[in-house]
Design a protein around this ligand. Sequence first.
Ligand code: HDE
Length: 716
Amino acid sequence: MPKKTAVKSAASKAETVTIHDQKLQRGAGGELHQIAEGDTPILTTSQGGPVSDDQNTLRVGARGPALIDDFHFREKIFHFDHERIPERVVHARGYGAHGFFETYDSLAAYTRADLFQRPGEKTPVFVRFSTVAGNKGSADLARDVRGFAVKFYTQEGNWDLVGNNIPVFFIQDPIKFPDVVHAAKQEPDRAFPQAQTAHDNFWDFISLTPESMHMIMWIMSDRTIPRSFRFMEGFGVHTFRFVNAKDQSTFVKFHWKPKLGLQSVAWNEAVKINGADPDFHRRDLWQSIQSGNFPEWELCVQLFDQDFADSFDFDILDPTKIIPEEVLPVQPIGRLVLDRMPDNFFAETEQVAFMTQNVPPGIDFSNDPLLQGRNFSYLDTQLKRLGGPNFTHLPINAPKCPFHNFQQDGHMAMRNPVGRTNYQPNSRNEGPRESPLKGYRHFPAEEQGPKIRLRPESFADHYSQARQFYISQTPPEQRHIAMALTFELSKVEAVVIRERMVAHLMNIDETLATTVAQKLGFQSMPKPADAAMPTRQDLEPSPALSIAERGPQRFEGRKLGILITDGVDAKLLKGLSAAITKANAVFELIAPKVGGVTASDGSFIEAHHMIDGGPSVLFDAVAILSSTAAIDDLVKEATARDFVADAFQHCKYIGYDPSALPLMEKAGIADALDEGVLALPGEEGLSAFVTELGKLRVWGREPSVKLGKASPPIKG
Ligand code: HDE
């Protein structure tokens, strides 16, 4: 290789070249430079110094060692090296959006919180959805609890309602939080599995923690594999207090209800989505907001007084319990609309600092021990994550109402007081003052008792509500719980842990316990786990706990995947897309090759995906619109066969035109066609077809494609 040592200036070697309309200069080593011209701003260092060459470090000779004089290189790399801040210990993977909350009616009778005083009042909000266990780069469809954290920028300070999509939690005391999180995350020696609870550590901890059984029923249900953030409920979990202007308190539990209804995916589908599009939930939120389909939730409350609390079956301070909606109705008090994506993910979604202790006057805490523990933890964690006490100076965390105090200095201080007076009382009459009337007043609850480490006896029933949740599910949902438990426990190596778990299930539902035991290959059933309190059999099922019971019965907000080929019936395709759009749903076209297809009328139809990149798991329902001429080629594509077979086994609706029947045959479903596999009607019937899609899934199909025949029962 020739060694060139001649030293010339870059400019003297530069040659102008044009590549795809881009005018660039080529340097001596063949590298391309974009040079500022006309009004283009000049690249500078962070100190404002103009940069002449951003492609080559400063060296002794063209092939010599680098020089420490190169302050531009050093600054650039220094900044890059420090781009990351610690990811959240839990809820590391998240996605956020801006929007507003609109109050329906005045709640002045219950709370003096400013945002609830005036009907129609709009309060800006920022919402961050998250998974819990996975690291920042983990996939969206992990089986996991979802965070649902809302920051309301009220006129009297920020209110953070930091909730989850599940209304109960694993533990009753915050001192166990590090343990449950350590156990759930990847095992410390091997650093896997990532974003999964299907491993020994998690189930070891859980099987030794009966208080988590209610939560286990929820996380093994379809709630933990939501179709999208838009179709999830949210819960404040703890009991809070509303406090009115007369300092009277009402207990309150918060619920978020998605306007488009609840929806989840199937487990086998979730696994495949994670491969096909690990950003499935992010993309869904991004696409719907960017296209003007703003997701919406209603904020609902359950309000109750001390008498209700005293007479209710369980302790209202216990975060492993709910108050069923059938016992105490949820009342809508306002709506949340998300209508704007952040301009910058890091600045907003990553740096947003939620804290349960951010409450405005009129909202107060109960003695739920978990809530009290959280009130310590969230401030503490922000200091570590955001690097200093001034994280409220970041725009995403700053209040949007006037604020004044004497706090000063610290790392990265951006709000710096002016003048001489930085304390009060002061005799100069300068600076802000307290307001006993407007300021936050804690509810003066009377407290007494010995200083003690003791769990209340009223927290001791760990199985009754777990059972109530299970018996409130439809048979397909119960099947999913059994399948999820089987899958998770099948990944546990220690047999004793599996047995301990099945022993707990015996206290919840014997059929569930037996089904799981059969699938795990048990030869005999273990004895039920020792219970502090026997499981109550008298709690009525609560239909509100089932997703399937409350299906939306409409396809609005959902996505149809239409597989098309050359020769597709142009009129049918046009009619189907119009019917989908009319139902406020969307569709995407999938074609055998990149680009698109030529339709029956000779027009070219652009496709959104090539079949390999658009598997049916990405859609709520599918339609196959092929042509007699193209079907032979299509059936040869393994991905096309998977498209149909997966849609079928995930219990989706499948619409097809007659030319697609050979594909059904090759996909192995031609003999199993049921009420969810529909020959597409003529144009006039298409809107009825789309109405049918509103049923979302044909769960009745599942036993024929999934669990197979029941194994013979195990003797106890
Ligand atoms: Fe959290 N939790 N948590 N948590 N949590 C955090 O705060 C904690 C709990 C929840 O999008 C951390 O900023 C303790 C229940 C959400 O930024 C940390 C306990 C519920 C988010 C923390 C709990 C939640 C967090 C980690 C038991 C549902 C994400 C990073 C006493 C009501 C917020 C951070 C976001 C985040 C502590 C239990 C919801 C470490 C100690 C129950 C949605 O402070």
